[in-house]
Design a protein around this ligand. Structure first.
Ligand SMILES: C[S@@+](CC[C@H](N)C(=O)[O-])C[C@H]1O[C@@H](n2cnc3c(N)ncnc32)[C@H](O)[C@@H]1O
Length: 298
């Protein structure tokens, strides 16, 4: 959340459920097998459970997941599970209350920890925990996070800090993947990599004998663009084929202007054909304009 906050959009700027469902059905009919709902904060959207039920019944959709700050999850977990959510990513950047307040601008660490435990108890395995690592802020907690994986079926996902507008980015705050593993190995020498998959965003590691695992999202130091098959649709209906690219295709206005399904999917395919082989690199990304992450969704 940028320090100055973000201006709330009028409701009419945001995709309606019908528009979300139209896009989702069309994309799933054309081969999309996984949808992740993010935000903003998805759990504050009214009637989210109804949307999830409708999405989860789309023929061909294999995974329907949510990325959330976890604050409302203890209250909504059961309903979301019944409606068909297959996985949760819960964002948590620190295990210390004061730091939690500093980065999220509100209290609530215990609620998020409860949410993680409850999600695991509800049978989700792994529960993914997204932790953005910022030098000088939370690198001293890397081992504490790894130790959360000792008795919980979590995948702690350490995400390299990425430059976005409004997030007070500086090179000095960047801590690369390699350095994170070195820091962890000082305490856990047996911490080791396992499994490899080209299309996975996370490089998976674990401490032998621990129940959970650790994933590293090295988007900056060792990007995985060649295996990236994701597209993003922002809450206001703009298609982004790369998280780090400013270019957007306005699907919302096209739908409101009466575009046919055929033309709509054509617009998506055209944008995909312009997807670049890789992003421009950390420094170029930092120097370019893009939305703040809070308006992209992750
Ligand atoms: C923007 S949030 C949106 C969903 C939800 N409100 C949440 O808190 O999870 C999605 C993810 O983006 C991550 N994120 C935000 N800014 C980031 C940055 N500069 N670099 C890397 N990851 C970032 C967050 O930690 C979170 O896991």
């Amino acid at each position: 959340m940028p320090a100055e906050g973000v201006a709330l959009r009028p409701k009419s700027h945001i995709l309606s459920f019908e528009e979300i469902l139209r896009l989702a059905s069309l994309l799933v009919a054309h081969g999309v097998t996984k949808i992740r709902l993010t935000g903003g904060e998805p759990l504050i959207r009214k009637e989210l459970v109804q949307l999830v039920s409708r999405l989860s019944s789309l023929e061909g959709l294999e995974e329907l997941t949510i990325t959330t700050n976890g604050l409302l999850l203890p209250r909504k977990l059961d309903e979301l599970k019944s409606a068909g959510i297959t996985g949760f990513n819960i964002s948590l950047d620190t295990l210390q209350e004061e730091r939690f307040k500093e980065i999220t601008r509100r209290p609530g660490l215990d609620t998020v920890l409860d949410a993680i435990r409850m999600t695991a108890d509800a049978g989700y395995d792994p529960v993914k925990v997204n932790c953005v690592v910022i030098r000088g802020f939370n690198e001293d907690e890397l081992v504490d996070f790894v130790d959360m994986s000792q008795h919980l079926p979590v995948e702690i996902r350490f995400i390299e800090y990425m430059p976005f507008d409004g997030n007070a980015w500086s090179n000095a705050k960047f801590l690369p993947y390699q350095e994170m593993t070195d820091i962890i190995q000082e305490t856990h020498p047996a911490f080791q990599r396992f499994g490899e998959s080209d299309s996975e965003t996370a490089k998976l590691w674990r401490v032998p004998g621990y129940q959970g695992t650790v994933g590293f999202i090295s988007s900056m130091s060792d990007h995985f663009c060649s295996g990236c098959n994701r597209i993003r649709i922002t809450a206001d209906g703009k298609l982004k084929v790369c998280l780090f690219g400013a270019s957007e295709v306005n699907l919302r206005d096209a739908m409101r202007d009466g575009i046919s399904d055929e033309q709509l999917i054509g617009n998506v395919q055209e944008a995909l054909s312009r997807k670049k082989a890789s992003h421009a690199g950390m420094d170029a990304i930092a120097a370019s304009e893009n939305r703040p992450m809070i308006l992209i969704g992750g």
